[in-house]
Design a protein around this ligand. Sequence first.
Ligand code: SF4
Length: 469
Amino acid sequence: MNNIELLMPAGDFEKMQYAFAFGADAVYMGIPMFSLRARENGFKRDSVVQAIEYAHSLGKKIYVTANILPHNHKVNPFMNYIGQLLEQAQPDAWIMSDPGIIMMTKERYPDQEIHLSVQANTVNYATAKFWEKTGVSRIILSRELTIREIRQIREYCPNLELEAFVHGAICIAYSGRCLISNYMSYRDPNQGTCSHSCRWQFKMYQKENNQPAHWLQEAQSAGIETAITQQGESYVPVKGDYYLEETDRPGEYMQLDEDENGTYLMNARDLCAIEYLEELKDAGVNSFKVEGRNKSLYYASLVARAYRNAIDDMHNGRPFNPQNLTDVFAAANKGYIAGFLNGNPGKSAQKFDGTRAEQQCYQFSGIVREYDEERKMMKVEPRNPIRKGMELELFDKTTTQTIKVEKILNPKFREIEEIHGGLHYCWIPYPKKPAEFSLLREQTAEFNPYEVELTKQQSGGCGDGCGCN
Ligand code: SF4
């Protein structure tokens, strides 16, 4: 593999089209029942075949995600599905994580390429070598690796393809090795039904009478005013601060922050490694992967464009262009970190105060569906309110231009003042036919990409991924 691959998620057929249109070299898609994100999977049996044909018609690659950990009763249906699909279409690779399914697939279909899913949690060169010996051609590296560790894996495995996540949501656990979702909603991440419970809001209740004993002494000697419980005991009124103490580690208090909205104590920020592509390439990564099969086509388009530009600049010896950050921040995010690339990200990895987007500077306004040459108007499917007189940005893979909405016509070509997202469609004047797959967005906040320090979080450790802080 000579060139670095930009690998985008394809949650459904349309998202796949936009991912390709905005610069993806390859996409990964789920199959019904046997891929993670099973509930949000936008592909049915027929559209899987169509998607493979579509990707190949563009000369691009498409990988089929089949990475659940099936129980006994699913093994045969799983293998039957693979056989039936291969009679109709040839994906470029299968993304799998279950060793038994990988073995059976290799036995029955030795020519099929298999990429080892991130779900298999490869964190060292020995594991990578093990999988290479089984015939796996690519390892999707665990997200919990530093750049130094990736480089070591490359040194030990010069012939394996290495794929690394560079953007998107992060699990609070090693990918999929998680029982939170099972516990909270009886939905198993390893069966493709994760409910993302780690991102939910939690509420904790403080009991005044179980504070660590030394708090009261310290507060009193510092002259801090104390309060009295209903039982007449003194306590320190530390409003808003809550702590956990593990029984085998007395005296080590883990702080949980809560405000009037509650707490999001397991809510991981999002990964953004766009500034580290050169280092990842030098460490031996062949494929840069973006997470987010259940995110919008707006997200798929913007993130594809940002990373496409960054990869092309890297190939052409140009330095990183901060302008690419505008697209990265134009999509919803939970605040960005560089994951574990520089070592354990420590506290900067979590966003305790909610799931609201951070510094999101644009919102999705609509999709340009077609163009009426006679009327010189574009047909727009709105995704958020569009009002007469407002300024929008019309963008495609290579251009972004500001336009003023001079007029809005409803489907009967009657003039209206505004249209809301979700309503059918409207017509907006524009002098020439926009590029295919053009989208509209509205700037909602000032944003200066040259002032952003998005992923320069403090490294919380030695950089060897040992978890030290
Ligand atoms: S609940 Fe959160 S940590 Fe667990 S698998 Fe789902 S996304 Fe990952």
